[in-house]
Structure formats: structure tokens, C-alpha cells
Design a binder for this molecule. Sequence first.
Ligand code: SF4
Length: 289
Amino acid sequence: MLPRVRPDWVKAKASGSNEFEHTVEIIKSCGVNTVCEEALCPNICECWKNKTATFLIMGKVCTRACGFCSIKSGCPSALDSSEPDRITEAIKALSLKYVVITSVTRDDIQDGGASHFALVINTIKTALPDTKIEILVPDFKGNATAIQLVVDARPDVFAHNIEIVRKLHGKVKKLPSNYNTSLSILKTVKEMCSEAVTKTGLIVGVGESDSDIFETIDDVSANNVDILTIGQYLTPTTYHYPIARYVTIEEFNMYAKHGEKLGINVIAGPLVRSSYNALEAYKQACYQK
Ligand code: SF4
């Protein structure tokens, strides 16, 4: 049975700091959204104190309603053409040398927002050529033209999260999300650009077994993914998909070892999220290439 109180190893340290307040001010003044806030990330104190944030583009309303996600679902607004400049401004103000950019899913837009991603990447590259860019994209319903648009913009890391093991994928994620589509996106990126660094993320504690997790790690490896993050699922509210178990540190280490044996850079731990310590993961992947 799930303990009533969250175990200590799944608790983040909450502490205010001047650096945290400074990050808040910059994000507010640039008028940008972050997944740190919208996804209720437990690492926000630590990351914002270190002046790292993950930007959420194309609004903060998603066209899907996955059972694990706290982001609002509904009809999003039209894309804002000033967003690429505002994101660039925020990166500059935070002096970021490595930035992660993700988005809500926009099934209402024909290319799923791929050209907007490309515009954001190109705007940052023009203004801040030394800043490395990791993008974490939705599935674009597996549309290869959309994927190509983003690959052509040459982000330093192309990430797409599988999130949930095969067995539970259809139960927790909202259609048309599909486990095989997510895998094929990662494969397609490598086919389009063999030098691309690819990355994916998995959340555990949703109801899967160890062998389900090993199966996903094997699938990720078979599709030549460079970086895999594995973190504990934390349900945002009682209306969301429930937590099935708290995965122990030893279990996370066991999953990481399995992936590393297959040649993947695995970052696994209770509070690991796909953008957590992203620069370190990128450096490690480049070192091993
Ligand atoms: S782990 Fe990622 S999403 Fe969470 S606070 Fe840090 S940068 Fe933001």
C-alpha cells in the first residue's frame, strides 16, 4: 500500500533565495511561461536558484488531457509572433548558456507548432549563437514533415518524451498519443540527422513492473536514443492518475545500470525530470559520442 506521507527521498528541499527571486522577476518581466510552474515541478527552488528554467512555448493550454499532467487542457489561443523574441530576452537576462524549450501539444495547428519551434530556435541562434538549445517536442502526431522542420533548425538536443511504459501508455496518455509513435519520432530524428543528440524521458511509479521499465529501456536503446531520464511520478491532484508506488533509490540505480549497459546515458532518480541538470546530461552524451 502507498504510504500516506511521501517518503523523504521523494521530497525536494524548498528554500527561498535572492537568485530565485531574480529568476521570478525575469520570467515575469519577459512575459514567458515555464513548465517549471505549469507542471508543478518539485525542483523549481533548486533550478531557479541556479537561474535555470525550462520555457513553455505556444501558450499554457494543451489540446490533450493526459492523466498525469497538471497543464490545463482546452482551446489554446493563437500563436504569438513576439514569443521568440521574448524567450530570447529571458535567456539573455538569465545568462543561460544552455536552454531547454518545450511546449504544450497543439493539435489545433496543422504542423503541431513545428514551424514555431523552428522560429524560436532560429531567433535564439541568431541573437545568442553560443547558447546551446535543447527542445522537447510533442509528438506532432508522428508527422515527418513537422519533425523535419524542427530537425532542420538544428537544435543541440532533440527530445521527445515517451513518459509512460508500453503497457500503461494508452491508459494514462490521451489519444492520439501512442507509444510506438513516440519511439518512431526518436528513430526518425536519427534517420534525418545521424549527428543529432536524442533524448527521452520516462516517469515511473504509475503501476508498471520492473520488466515493463526494462522493456522501455530496451526500446529506447533499439532506437539509438542518447539520453534517457527516469523519475518518480507525482500526481498533481487527486483527480489525476494515482501514484501506484514510490520507487526506491536502489531501483532507480538498477534501471540506470540496465540502460548504461546498453550504451544510453541514463539519469535516474526520484526527482529527475527530463530537463533536470540537462546541461550535464548533454555534456556526458557528447563525451561518449
Ligand atoms: S527540472 Fe526542469 S522543469 Fe523542473 S524546475 Fe528544473 S528546469 Fe524547471
